[in-house]
Write a new protein. Structure first.
Length: 346
């Protein structure tokens, strides 16, 4: 398996650098006692600097391909990611690859820990839904390390704001947001509440762009006070956000929900306030999860093809791993088109 020059650092390499025995270096790397603290820290720093990767499979397997990929998602309870992962695994199975699944729980430290684990497991490639980082322009250190180690990766659903050259497979969220907002406007709605995630992740920022574009084209006033944010994409958060929207905008007649789960919470809140759907309040979701059509009434939403995101992400990664696509140092954005699904909530 090709790893690039920087991955060839071994315990023997480190031992020679510090003029100690390989056994001493092994103690340090395995966090065993018997080595002075100053030497221990020096060896650990140098190992990190040189991108040392422990060979967890043993020397007997060196040079052989393990045919394993890693997948890191931000929420394994999400119906969206569940569908994406299922498609990745099916595509990997067909190509003879195993898959290791990790959940970052939208936490930077956990994400870094999981990616380091996959590096140690010597996966050939990784598919990642990257965790949000506060500072735009902040270089993703683990993605840089993957590039340094010549471990191929593909990002899904989100585009980092670090300006890096990444390959990303995701839905055209802006177009999906535009389609949802335009449909509500064409149905006569003007006071429209918007429920979005408080983190400026790609789906939120891009869908907001689409909403604003639809409002501008139709000459409808965009009122920032109609935007309500929530911390987690759960039914309860959707309910609370909808109640807040109704408290501040009693005259709103429609809702653009960040996703179908939030839309479900919004429907519960509307009923609690005595609003009939769609007579008093129209609701449009996003995703078209499996049970969107089973809601009462069936949810009008924007479908994103999560299965295609998963299969396309593996296809691109596989081409990278097998050399069918030569590295160019340039990123590539693969946008999949969404589809407005009209049901009975508008």
């Amino acid at each position: 398996m090709y790893r690039g020059a920087m991955s060839k650092v071994t315990i023997k390499t480190l031992a020679e650098l510090f003029q100690v025995t390989p056994k001493t270096v092994s103690k340090v790397l395995n966090h065993k006692p018997g080595v002075g603290e100053e030497l221990r820290q020096s060896i650990l720093r140098k190992a990190e600097e040189l991108n040392y990767v422990p060979n967890v499979f043993g020397r007997g397997l060196q040079g052989n391909t393990m045919k394993t990929i890693g997948v890191v998602i931000s929420d394994n309870a999400s119906p969206n990611y569940s569908s994406i992962v299922k498609a990745i695994e099916a595509a990997a199975d067909r190509a003879g690859y195993n898959m290791i699944l990790c959940n970052s729980s939208e936490n930077i430290e956990i994400e870094e820990k999981k990616i380091k684990l996959l590096i140690e497991k010597q996966v050939e490639g990784i598919i990642i839904a990257p965790v949000h980082r506060e500072e735009a322009g902040e270089v993703h250190p683990l993605l840089k390390r993957l590039a340094d180690l010549a471990i191929h990766y593909v990002l899904i659903s989100r585009s980092p704001r670090d300006g890096g050259s990444h390959t990303v497979v995701r839905t055209d969220d802006e177009q999906g947001g535009y389609a949802a907002a335009r449909y509500l406007i064409d149905c006569g709605h003007r006071r429209i509440a918007v429920l979005v995630h408080e983190l400026p992740i790609t789906p939120s920022t891009e869908r907001l762009k689409g909403y604003r574009r639809a409002f501008a084209e139709a000459g409808v006033l965009w009122d920032e006070r109609c935007i309500v944010t929530f911390p987690d994409a759960t039914v309860e958060c959707g309910k609370r956000a909808m109640l807040q929207a109704l408290d501040h905008n009693e005259d709103c007649t429609a809702v653009l929900a960040f996703n179908d789960i939030i839309a479900m919470g919004a429907m519960i809140a509307a009923r609690e306030r005595g609003r009939r759907i769609p007579d008093d309040l129209a609701i449009v979701g996003f995703d078209d999860i499996t049970y969107a059509q089973a809601m009462n009434p069936p949810l009008t939403t924007v479908r994103q093809d999560t299965a295609l995101i998963g299969s396309r992400a593996f296809e691109v990664l596989h081409h990278k791993m097998t050399g069918l696509v030569k590295p160019t140092g340039q990123g590539k954005l693969i946008l999949l088109q969404p589809e407005l699904i009209i049901r009975e909530t508008v």
